[in-house]
Design a protein around this ligand. Structure first.
Ligand SMILES: Cc1cc2nc3c(=O)[nH]c(=O)nc-3n(C[C@H](O)[C@H](O)[C@H](O)COP(=O)(O)OP(=O)(O)OC[C@H]3O[C@@H](n4cnc5c(N)ncnc54)[C@H](O)[C@@H]3O)c2cc1C
Length: 531
């Protein structure tokens, strides 16, 4: 049998950069946003002069997997329904669609542990909740009915509505209007969902964006809940297949790729973008238009430069909160442990302490650090090897973490950095051993730890944000930084976080550049929508 090591080869994409005098489109960043934008553009235009510039030697950004001593570790766990976008782009990839359980969810209250096996399918989910909380049936049914209807109204929205469309929203999407400023906690309150245990289960959905229910947009949270409960996928092979296949298709359509090149300047003349400059090269790469998919503050404040921006826009950038960072522990285990037998073959396995935990953890992040303790935690664990085969792997994730300390320690106090890594690594391993995988520590062969500094270095986002701009209600929808920047022909797709969000950002930006010819201005992917 082919060894795991040979099966996983980090694909080095031959740079096919032709160093043209000028490009129709230059995209900064070869993550999922950038790849989707590049593919959509090439598929819908005759403008073949398209270039993606990526600072790493491979594409995929946060999706990229890595290997240590023959163990393959992935970063994401699963994704919403991106099948329509992939099909439209002609990217063929085998996906695993989860059928039964969405999540194994444990809530710890002192010595008591409540366990829930949350099923897939919004109706099954509602039925499950009713079985567990029969006295709350009416509230549960009303809530689920409402959020399904809310989501169907979200599907009618445009990402950048014209005045006439804006005026219609009150009629076509009244629930969206009512919910625009509402947090997820407020929505639960509105339906009288006050039962502590029921609320603990329902609050799970906001935590996926690293934001507590009291600050999360209820539209975004319920949208994420409905879409992920309806369709939940991952590649059948290693997650890297997604960016690899997207990159191959992009090159097949004539797109150029310049890897190992960091953009250090977005060149603006007379309020209009004219090109970019990469580190170590004085010559500008000229471009008709530029799409930046990287950290918005880095792109606008530093690569464009404040001299080209109004004080109001700079203030907006200053007031934009980037999302949380993460602490990840990737473990390669021996073959003496059966991860299926300990019930780990679920899209997510999540254990947390009781109600109020997300708020406490988020406050810790806002202070720049983290608030994890044995009395306050929220931890996810997944076992990719149960899908992709090969030696046993477990990936443990602690969110939210802040960047404080990690960068300084790494640069100026390596022993401290290593000690903190070990301390927090053991903390998370202990939790997973206690609640999910008995005896875990005895089976560890390889361990790889990522800190907020790892994410900062990897993505180029100084805070190590893993979900782009934080999904706060105050940064939702029209209050998010606009796709169209104040610089002519410079665009910034920032629909939302996550793989679906990154892809939708790519779709939206091309739709905008092509005058709605691709997706008719829709917020979600509805290319068949009549024009
Ligand atoms: C630990 C973790 C777990 C996650 N789990 C999930 C999950 O289960 N499901 C899900 O849907 N989402 C998940 N996400 C989120 C998801 O991976 C991201 O939202 C998505 O991949 C972001 O894609 P992107 O292209 O917008 O950004 P990125 O992936 O950050 O890509 C940006 C690219 O730009 C490059 N770049 C940066 N600066 C420059 C520069 N100056 N010049 C050139 N290139 C530059 C970077 O190297 C990077 O490749 C997870 C993220 C993390 C970190």
């Amino acid at each position: 049998m082919e060894s795991r090591k040979n099966k996983f080869k980090k694909q080095f994409f031959e740079p096919n950069y032709s160093a043209r005098k000028s490009y129709d489109l230059v995209i900064i960043g070869g993550g999922i946003s950038g790849l989707t934008a590049g593919l959509m553009w090439l598929k819908n235009t005759d403008a073949r002069k398209t270039l993606i510039i990526e600072k790493n030697y491979y594409t995929g950004g946060y999706i990229a997997a890595f290997e240590r001593k023959g163990y393959v570790f992935e970063v994401p766990q699963l994704m919403g329904d991106v099948t329509g976008i992939l099909y439209n782009l002609g990217v063929e990839i085998e996906l695993r669609r989860y059928e039964d359980t969405y999540m194994r969810r444990l809530v710890v209250r002192g010595n008591e542990v409540d366990e829930y096996r949350l099923p897939l399918g919004p109706d099954n989910f509602a039925d499950f909740l009713v079985t567990r909380f029969p006295s709350e049936e009416k509230k549960i049914r009303n809530f689920m009915k409402y959020i399904l209807s809310l989501f169907s109204q979200v599907r009618t929205l445009k990402y950048s509505p014209k005045l006439s469309e804006k005026m219609l929203i009150v009629l076509t999407a009244p629930k969206v209007v009512a919910c625009l400023n509402r947090t997820y906690s407020e929505l639960l309150d509105k339906f009288g969902i006050l039962n502590t245990k029921l609320r603990e289960v329902l609050e799970t959905f906001s935590v996926f964006s690293g934001v507590p229910p009291s600050r999360a947009s209820c539209i975004q949270t319920t949208g994420a809940a409905i879409t992920s409960l309806t369709n939940c996928y991952r590649p059948k092979g290693i997650f890297d297949e997604l960016p690899i296949k997207m990159t191959n298709r992009y090159k097949e359509l004539g797109g150029e790729l310049l890897p190992k090149a960091r953009v250090e300047k977005i060149v603006v003349e007379g309020g209009k973008v004219v090109g970019v400059r990469v580190e170590g090269d004085d010559e500008m790469i000229r471009a008709e238009r530029v799409v930046t998919t990287i950290d918005p503050t880095v792109a606008m404040r530093y690569l464009v430069g404040e001299e080209h921006l109004s004080p109001a826009y700079v203030e907006r950038l200053d007031n934009t909160l980037m999302s949380v960072s993460s602490f990840n522990v990737a473990l390669g285990l021996d073959d003496k442990i059966d991860l299926t037998a300990v019930d780990m073959d679920n899209p997510y396995n999540v254990v947390s302490t009781e109600l109020g935990t997300p708020e406490k953890l988020f406050d810790g992040f806002l202070e720049g650090d983290n608030a994890f303790s044995t009395d306050c935690f929220h931890v996810a664990a997944v076992c990719p090897s149960l899908t992709i085969g090969g030696p046993n792997t477990v990936v443990i994730r602690g969110v939210p973490f802040g960047i404080n300390g990690w960068g300084d320690w790494k640069k100026n106090d390596l022993p401290r950095y290593m000690a903190e890594k070990t301390r927090w690594g053991n903390f998370f391993i202990d939790i997973v051993q206690k609640y999910f995988i008995p005896g875990l520590k005895n089976h560890i062969v390889v361990s790889n730890i990522s800190t907020p500094f790892t994410y900062a270095r990897y993505s180029g986002s100084p805070s190590g944000a893993i979900y782009d701009m934080a999904s706060l209600v105050t940064q939702f929808g029209p209050r998010r930084l606009n796709l169209k920047t104040p610089i002519d022909n410079l665009f910034m797709p920032k629909f939302s976080h996550g793989i679906y969000g990154a892809m939708m950002g790519g779709v939206q930006v091309v739709d905008l550049m092509l005058g709605r010819a691709v997706n008719n201005g829709n917020s979600l992917f509805l290319p068949g929508d009549s024009r």
